[in-house]
Design a protein around this ligand. Structure first.
Ligand SMILES: NC(=O)c1ccc[n+]([C@@H]2O[C@H](COP(=O)([O-])OP(=O)(O)OC[C@H]3O[C@@H](n4cnc5c(N)ncnc54)[C@H](OP(=O)(O)O)[C@@H]3O)[C@@H](O)[C@H]2O)c1
Length: 273
């Protein structure tokens, strides 16, 4: 299937590793030019070199912190100056600590909402004027199933994700007349560095080993495993592509039909597994 991505210009935040990196690689394989962002310049250069080597695509690494408005503005300006346009935005630079209500500090709440929610709002605010001027675009917000399946031990992601999902749907309605299609993709557990950290936190909170935490999560997913980042990247790639002409203002869970309540009964799980 030709996805109509040849020579399209895509900006991906949080793209030096994990889902963002795999999405950049997938878009580059389909012929897009990609600008990738993360904070650490060395990691970003390594990611850019790998995408160039595997696809031959033009890759522009732009370091910056999506928690800082000036960096977001500079990112979009740099990409527009370099490529002359921006067709696609993929938001992946998000992070929210796990933890329980009585343990989460005020600062952790602020940090979580500042990046995972407001970071996505900032990039959309800065990119939409470019897309309006050029007659359209695609925005894919990689958010997370906590927003639609909230649970107490993932409290800050649940809140930040629900807020991001609301803004995604609202903006799709506002900017549909400008031919800007905006969707949310909601992964469940995905095998990335971020997931490794969450799994460790979960093991600590529940007083079990990380291997037990992994099995507990796998049992919550009817498909019996957690996702690979490439599986999420394929969905992102399609939604961002020219082949997506009518999917907007919606969110797609990519979580193997996860049922989180199962993770709430470790005793029962340990006894039965
Ligand atoms: N993995 C999962 O299980 C899972 C599940 C649901 C939702 N998600 C969501 O999917 C998205 C991607 O997650 P992932 O697992 O792929 O993460 P990951 O493997 O930890 O990668 C995170 C990426 O974001 C960059 N980053 C972090 N903070 C940043 C900031 N302030 N500004 C710019 N870049 C930043 C990191 O590079 P630097 O550190 O160099 O900045 C890295 O490139 C996140 O929004 C996450 O919440 C993930």
């Amino acid at each position: 299937m030709d996805l109509g991505l040849k020579d399209k210009v895509a900006v991906l935040t949080g793209a030096s590793k994990g889902i963002g990196f795999c999405s950049a690689l997938a878009l580059a394989r389909e012929g897009a030019k990609v600008a990738i962002n993360a904070r650490n310049p060395e990691g970003l250069e390594r990611a850019a070199a790998r995408i160039r080597a595997e696809t031959g695509a033009e890759v522009l690494p732009v370091p910056g912190d999506m928690g800082v408005r000036a960096d977001v503005k500079r990112l979009m300006q740099t990409v527009a100056d370099h490529f002359g346009r921006i067709d696609i935005l993929v938001n992946c630079a998000g992070s929210s600590p796990g933890g329980l209500l009585l343990d989460i500090t005020e600062e952790q709440w602020q940090t979580s909402l500042n990046l995972k929610f407001l970071g996505y709002v900032r990039t959309m605010t800065e990119v939409i004027p470019y897309m309006i001027r050029q007659g359209g675009g695609r925005i894919v917000n990689v958010i997370g199933n906590d927003g639609v399946k909230p649970i107490y031990f993932e409290l800050t992601p649940s809140a930040a994700n629900a807020a991001g999902q609301a803004v995604t749907l609202a903006l799709a309605e506002q900017y549909g007349p400008h031919n800007i299609l905006i969707c949310a993709v909601n992964p469940g557990p995905v095998d990335t560095d971020r997931w490794d950290g969450l799994e460790k936190q979960m093991a600590k909170d529940k007083g079990i080993t990380q291997a037990e935490a992994r099995r507990l999560v796998e049992r919550s997913i009817p498909l019996g495993r957690i996702a690979k980042p490439e599986e999420v990247a394929d969905l992102v790639c399609f939604l961002a592509s020219g082949r997506n002409t009518f999917i907007t203002g919606t969110q797609i869970n990519i979580d193997g039909a996860q049922r989180k309540a199962i993770m709430d009964v470790p005793g029962a799980w340990l006894a039965s597994s």
